[in-house]
Design a protein around this ligand. Sequence first.
Ligand code: NI
Length: 262
Amino acid sequence: MTKDELLARLWADYVQMTPQAERIHALLGSRGERVVNDHVALRGLGIADLGIAALARPFEAVGYVEQPARYRFDDKKLVARYWRHPEPGSPKVFISELCVGELSARAQALLGELVAQVPADFSRRRDLPWAGRPWRVTRAIYDELLAESEYAAWLAAFGFRVNHFTVSVDALATFSGLAELNKFLVGSGFQLNTSGGAIKGTPADKLEQSSTRADAIAVDLDGERAQIPSCYYEFAKRYDGFEGFVPASADKIFESTDAKPT
Ligand code: NI
């Protein structure tokens, strides 16, 4: 598999989960924009080789290189790293994982029940970044995890796949910045995540980001159909050649998949 094939498979899985992303992508295309991705983000579990290292392997196999930055999100009990590809114009790959050992004993036990269902060698699959959910999960377990960690509940419901793609606002030709793009999106009927303000970060942070509110899609929870927030589309404007991430901003962006409206 080449890097472009891998990214195409990720996009195909993502737009199935996130129909609004395809609509926004098409809308930008109809203005004459050629959408460039700033980064894609994936979520993992920091146990049983289902975390950052496992999700990174398929990207490293197509030439992605790990970057030295280490991020920590204390409130959400997450750590994250990112990868870059030497080919110019390639999206960065941002991978986070839940520090499962820091959760309550009950949440650890529930996640343990899910992980016990994972087939042997699952984490070695070349398609792990879009492999989906390798376990059955009930509504009761989903709800219980949601009460403690939105991230844990999201992983329980959706498994291993892209959480968001991110449009590079710098590469857009017909918008002066993020505020103008946000106005266009709202005017086109899309809802933005306004937790912490529509725009997270400042030019001083060298990164400004906004995102839509996640689509809700039908998910099977052990025979019960539930409507659950899936994934969102993100927009990033960078300054001074900064290529990293800003944890304080990402912390609020993570809330785009919160089941509770903000
Ligand atoms: Ni992001």
